[in-house]
Design a protein around this ligand. Structure first.
Ligand code: GCB
Length: 576
């Protein structure tokens, strides 16, 4: 779905619908009457944010199935007269059914990308009712992927079925390691455009000053003006070839942005953009013709109370910590992050690998996810194609790439991503197979992205064995003649737990683990980056492997540094 982020400017109005909405818990089937008629006796719920932790209530925390949001809204009908009026959701997790004044407006599957629907002027009243049903269930056809049940310890239990049928409540079994925070996680807007309007924009520059500036404009031809600050430096028809002599380049940690202003009839829209080129040449990842070494993190959108809801102050804080620790990049593990975060990274010069929500894919989900996976790739690239901060697309995290279907599943997606991206950025799939010799996908990607947990899940507590295992694996991957990025490696460290023996779960072990890994990485010139797992501690499902969440953070969930933060800060001030 092509759409532009709602913008307030001289041609467009933008009305925020964020705030406290009415809320009602539902069950496993959709109750259409709640959407048609609205509901009374309601709970309050903040939008945007996940609903799970907004109340001190375990049943809401663990809710399974639908919830309903509603709000009344008064609209300035005079101001909307003659305009196109659109309702825009930045992200509803994982799927939404939207009604406006009792009539179905739209529905959307996928919890991390925007969707919108035009409001019919004849349907607009001064006082309107907006109702939204949100489903948090994950299964083998959703991204991220869910399982039907937990087989693990129930196998072989003689009376398992009777316990299951009587006491086990229906719940999600995520096939991914982050808490399934759901709800209206990002902002909701009503915006207007003139009737003749710009529906899509492509704009970027390369390191030589060539500009691609195109606009889809209903009912006319668009013009484009390029600004350096307040100064107009170029002007032409959208789609014409434009070139700026000696542009200031967008560089990692030294960003420079120009603005492209598109005009079509009465409509206008501005996009900040940068001049930068990305290329994979041999074993190097080049940004603006120079080798770039990724230093940074896999992250999450995760925080106390907000859950996975957008938190702009936290985004600013995280970027400042990324700079404090001398890193330069992160991956949007394991789903597309908010547009606000990407715009921030454009401004701050943080390099981003943008990932889809395809996490937890296995042979079973390949058949049921294919079409949705294609939609997510198309929609993510349509939304994010202009951002200079994004230098690579990741199709998935840790799918089963040993199984027979894997190659035939991923290669069409790889081609699709390339064909959707006007900048033709490199495309990867992040893998983590136990037997790397059997991987059918990673070496076919532009960059090999590998997650590795030697010293934790394999050879836990033994950094010498971990280093040797990593060394063996890197020798194997070196033969492909492509760059490799270690996109995850890490050890849980419970903040405040120390030991002179550097045992697992202590802050000391986390440091020893990174020292061992990094000493191996430093021996291989085809290693194009190290992104540690994870930036900060984060919430997960309960389980034997998790101590109140995943503690592989270099920072705590509150963003306080662990010992390893000081070690990495020093290393990253010295390395490459
Ligand atoms: C992984 C996953 C990540 C997990 C991490 C871990 O391989 O990609 O989602 O959180 O391992 O800590 O187990």
């Amino acid at each position: 779905m092509k759409m532009l982020y709602p913008q307030l400017n001289e041609s467009r109005l933008r009305i925020s619908l964020d705030g406290i909405w009415d809320f009602k818990r539902g069950g496993e089937s959709l109750d259409v009457s709640l959407l048609e008629k609205g509901f009374g006796g309601t709970e309050t719920m903040a939008v945007p944010a996940s609903y799970n932790e907004q109340k001190s209530d375990k049943t809401l925390f663990e809710h399974y199935g639908y919830v309903y949001y509603q709000r009344k809204l008064k609209l300035p009908l005079k101001a909307l007269e003659g305009q196109r009026t659109v309702l825009y959701f930045s992200a509803v997790t994982h799927s939404a059914v939207v009604y406006f004044n009792g009539k179905k407006l739209c529905e959307h599957k996928g919890g991390f990308l925007p969707f919108e629907a035009e409001l019919d002027p004849s349907q607009l009243e001064v006082e309107n009712l907006l109702t939204v049903a949100v489903d948090n269930r994950v299964n083998t056809s959703t991204l991220p992927v869910g399982n039907d049940s937990h087989a693990m310890f129930s196998d072989g239990l003689p009376d398992f079925e009777s316990v299951k049928n009587t006491s086990v409540k229906p719940k999600n079994y995520p096939n991914f390691d982050f808490f399934n925070y759901c709800g209206i996680n990002r902002s909701v807007y009503i915006y207007t455009t003139p009737k003749e309007y710009i529906s899509d924009i492509t704009v970027f520059g390369d390191m030589y000053g060539n500009i691609t500036a195109e606009a889809e404009c209903f009912g006319g031809m668009a013009q484009v003006e390029i600004y350096d600050g307040d100064r107009m430096v170029l002007k032409g028809g959208a789609g014409e070839s434009l070139k700026l002599e000696n542009p200031v380049l967008w560089e990692p940690l030294k960003p420079y942005l120009y603005t492209a202003r598109f005009v079509c009839g009465d409509d206008s829209y501005e996009v900040p953009f940068g001049f930068r080129s990305v290329e994979v040449r041999g074993t190097r990842f080049l940004i603006n013709g120079k080798p770039f070494y990724f230093k940074g993190f896999g992250k999450h959108e995760d925080s106390d109370t907000h859950g996975r809801g957008i938190d702009e102050a936290l985004n600013v804080k995280d970027v400042s910590l990324i700079k404090w620790i001398n890193a330069n990049s992160f991956r949007t593990s394991h789903y597309p992050y908010s547009e606000e975060m990407l715009s921030l990274c454009d401004r701050e010069g943080i390099v981003v690998i943008a990932e889809t929500s395809a996490v937890g894919l296995n042979g079973r989900s390949y058949a049921s996810c294919r079409e949705h996976h294609r939609d997510v790739i198309k929609d993510m690239i349509a939304r994010d194609k202009n951002h200079p901060c994004i230098v690579m697309w990741s199709l998935a995290n840790e799918p089963d790439t040993e199984c027979e279907e894997a190659y035939d599943y991923f290669m069409p997606l790889y081609e699709l991503a390339h064909s959707c991206d006007p900048q033709n950025r490199p495309v990867t799939t992040v893998v983590c197979n136990n037997n790397y010799l059997k991987d059918r996908v990673v070496s076919a990607m532009d960059v090999m992205c590998v997650n590795r947990y030697y010293g934790w899940y394999i050879f836990g507590g033994d950094t010498d064995a971990a280093a040797q295992a990593l060394d063996n694996e890197l020798k194997y991957f070196e033969s492909f003649g492509k760059p490799i990025i270690i996109t995850e490696y890490g050890a849980d460290a419970v903040s405040g737990v120390h030991s002179v023996y550097a045992n697992m779960f202590t802050e000391e072990y986390q440091v020893e683990f990174y020292k061992a890994f990094n000493s191996v990485l430093d021996n291989y010139s085809f290693v194009a980056g190290e992104q540690v797992w994870n930036f900060a501690d984060f919430a997960t499902v309960q389980g034997l492997m998790r101590v109140d969440g995943n503690k592989k953070g270099i920072f705590t969930r509150e963003r306080r540094p662990k010992l390893a933060a000081h070690y990495l800060k020093k290393r990253w001030s010295e390395v490459k």
